[in-house]
Design a protein around this ligand. Structure first.
Ligand SMILES: [Zn+2]
Length: 276
């Protein structure tokens, strides 16, 4: 689809690790298909995400995995060379985030919530939250032109409840793109078939062949899809109507951060142009 430049949304998804922005990968593919522009950013290079590999070679391997993902989604993908497992909410990192958001001229910024299980996720969430508003202040990072309008900042889904649970305004039906989302996960071989199963003590369950392990991944991930579908059923009914909501098998969900601009529900529904 060809959109006029003025109608193109510019969406930046800032995650902690190379594979985190993919958590909203299906919705981002929908945006790209609709002619919008999406950039994914990893705040670390992933050089700690393994049990038998590490450092530069692992960072390089994971960078290649992001190339694979980017080729499927059609999103730009930037990896920032911070060490994995050591991401801190420093001023230097905040300024990197401010520069990313400004250079991309983002209308929408998506990241983790600052309460999440992994310290890098929490700190990436903090860095992005603290870049809200500051992206509009000319004397901060003066070498990169400031934005005249604070973007819409949103959080991507997580399951954590303390101090407060995730409460999405927008829940996108991605049932039609589950196979493509699986293709993206499949790019991250070092994570999906090595590190995560090792960390979960199920490495011995991962099949050998590429086809077999992908089928295994599909089967392993399916139960995780059902939780948010059930939890946000009322939202699905509100956005899609009862009949369509009944058929949804997988979703990606988004919560508005109160530190960015909040355009209100009617405009939000127009910005996420996927609802009937
Ligand atoms: Zn992560």
């Amino acid at each position: 689809m060809v959109l006029a430049d003025s109608d193109k949304l510019r969406i930046i998804v800032i995650g902690a690790h190379p594979d985190d922005p993919e958590a909203v990968g299906a919705t981002m593919m929908k945006f790209v298909d609709a002619g919008h522009k999406v950039r994914m950013v990893s705040m670390t290079n992933g050089n700690a995400g393994h049990f038998s590999e590490g450092g530069g070679p692992l960072a390089q391997r994971r960078y290649q995995e992001t190339r694979c993902s980017s080729a499927i989604t059609g999103c730009e993908y930037i990896v920032i060379d911070n060490d994995d497992g050591k991401l801190m909410p420093t001023l230097e990192n905040r300024n990197k985030v401010i520069a990313q958001i400004r250079e991309f001229k983002a209308d929408v910024v998506i990241s983790h919530r600052p309460n999440d299980y992994h310290p890098d996720h929490r700190n990436a969430g903090l860095l992005v939250r603290d870049a809200a508003y500051m992206v509009t202040v000319p004397n901060i990072v003066p070498s990169v032109p400031h934005l005249r309008k604070n973007p819409l900042f949103m959080y991507m889904y997580d399951r954590f409840t303390v101090p407060n649970p995730f409460e999405p305004e927008i829940v996108v039906d991605i049932s039609d793109l589950m196979d493509k989302k699986l293709d993206i996960w499949d790019c991250h071989v070092s994570q999906m078939y090595e590190w995560i199963p090792y960390n979960m003590n199920i490495l011995d369950q991962v099949p050998e062949g590429a086809v077999e392990r992908k089928a295994w991944l599909k089967k392993s991930w399916s139960p995780f899809m059902a939780g948010p579908v059930k939890a946000y059923k009322d939202k699905l009914v509100e956005l899609y109507g009862a009949e369509m909501a009944e058929k949804v098998t997988a979703v990606e969900a988004f919560q508005v951060s109160e530190y960015g601009s909040n355009p209100g529900m009617e405009t939000l529904k127009k910005m996420f142009p996927f609802f009937p």
